[in-house]
Design a protein around this ligand. Structure first.
Ligand code: LRH
Ligand code: MN
Ligand code: MN
Length: 424
């Protein structure tokens, strides 16, 4: 849908402007002793996976207002991620949720993804919905269920997700459990966690040697009294007991308001147990709004800890993914905005003067420490992010190109207005 000429024309038209903006920023960064080429290389390498369920219009339980043109199959989802990657140069992977997206012919799906330069990121299991051919219901939980037969079904599902992942070249299984209780007395907390631990042990034993298990946590929803894995502490406890291949996954929306997420990141990295991220933004809870749309400073502070942790701990490389829902905006525009916001926060965190910060911390110079962080946060790094995007073959201004080429209109023409995307 987007030709090389389209990209070239757009970039050519903005060349002068881009050069002026970049020169200005590069001069100021160089004056601060920052090597711009090193920054660009880091930004080039930073790739964010797109979840297969974020390509359609999301909604709430009250309604959904799709614009049309949404992907109707896994092939079309891969095409959409290919499009995002072409524009942004930063989305080289797709993360599948199974059984929402079952790769029937793994070889064919793999080569389609390959043709867009895409890989398969973590595969996600789903034991929060009853599946059509299931023998048992997950109404009262899955890996924590009191009935062994239900637990076994959920374990078998996770193993089959690993199998699918192996056939696609994924290297991680993400487990998010809806398990929990809605009313006091419903669960024996200890026993529910113990059963979950045992179930996870069986899944863990099935993991290929070079795989990771990423354990997500969430304080509430869909259960509103207790969740079996409500917080990072419980996720960390499980991951520690399981072994080296098990790590915690931080979904930004899975915290109660005002939680200090950057501190959680720092501690998990200190323990070398942070496995990955689900990016989104929220005001109240798991709102799944566009990353950086509400709390860009928090996102920056998180990246600041990620960089510090990467430099000072042996934490394994992280898996980065967007996990958002789009009920008002065009999902593809929304994802492009999210990628941009993530890369801006990363670039800002990369220019923090760490030596000065350490000195300020040693001297208890609180005002200076704040100033150092805010100097970086208040730097407009967008020309740098754009420069990296151009180096990766992307476009100067992704959303503008998306609109100028009328991509949504084309997708609607091709796929229709009444599309129902699988997933959330
Ligand atoms: C749960 C969650 C989890 C799921 C996804 C669809 O709230 O964040 O990551 O797998 O949403
Ligand atoms: Mn998530
Ligand atoms: Mn969520």
């Amino acid at each position: 849908m987007i030709t090389k000429e389209n990209i070239w024309e757009h970039n050519f038209a903005h060349e002068e402007l881009h050069k002026r903006q970049l020169d200005h920023l590069a001069t100021s960064l160089t004056d601060q002793g920052i090597v711009v080429e090193d920054l660009l290389k880091k930004l080039d390498d930073f790739q964010i996976a797109i979840p297969s369920w974020a390509l359609g219009t999301g909604g709430t339980r009250f309604g959904r207002f799709p614009e049309g043109g949404e992907p109707r199959s896994l092939d079309e989802k891969i095409e959409d991620v290919g499009l995002l990657h072409q524009l942004s140069g930063s989305c080289n992977a797709i993360s599948l949720h199974i059984p929402w997206d079952i790769p029937d012919d793994a070889q064919a799906i793999k080569s389609l993804a390959n043709s867009f330069g895409l890989k398969f990121d973590a595969v996600n299991s789903n034991t929060f919905q009853d599946q059509p051919n299931a023998s048992f219901s997950y109404k009262f939980g899955s890996l924590c269920h009191v009935d062994k037969a239900v637990r076994e079904e959920a374990i078998a599902h996770n193993k089959s997700v690993i199998d699918h992942g192996v056939s696609l070249g994924s290297k991680a299984l993400t487990v998010w459990l809806a398990d929990g209780s809605n009313f006091p007395g419903q669960h024996n907390f200890r026993e529910a966690l113990k059963r979950t631990q045992e179930s996870l042990e069986e899944i863990y034993a099935y993991l290929p040697g070079d795989w990771h298990m990423l354990i997500e946590y969430k304080p509430y929803e869909p259960n509103f009294y207790s969740m079996v894995i409500p917080d990072w502490g419980t996720s960390h406890l499980l991951a520690s007991q399981l072994g080296e291949k098990a790590l915690s996954l931080v979904d930004l929306g899975h915290h109660l308001p005002n939680t200090n997420i950057e501190q959680i990141v720092a501690i998990l990295m200190m323990r070398e147990k942070l496995g990955g991220f689900h990016f989104n933004d929220s005001k109240y809870g798991d709102d799944d709004l566009t990353t950086g749309s509400l709390k860009p400073y928090q996102l920056f502070l998180i990246f600041n800890e990620l960089i510090d942790g990467t430099e000072h701990t042996g934490n394994p490389p992280l898996s980065w993914m967007i996990d958002a829902s789009h009920n008002l905006k065009d999902p593809l525009e929304d994802l492009l905005q999210a990628v941009e916001a993530i890369k801006i926060a990363y670039a800002q965190a990369l220019i923090v003067n760490r030596l000065n910060l350490e000195e300020a911390q040693r001297k208890n110079d609180v005002a200076r420490a704040q100033q150092i962080l805010q100097d970086a946060f208040r730097t407009d790094v967008r020309p740098l992010v754009a420069a990296s995007r151009l180096r990766q073959g992307g476009v100067f201004d992704p959303v503008t190109v998306y609109r100028q080429l009328e991509i949504r209109k084309n997708l609607i023409q091709k796929r229709g207005t009444k599309t129902i995307s699988t997933g959330l």
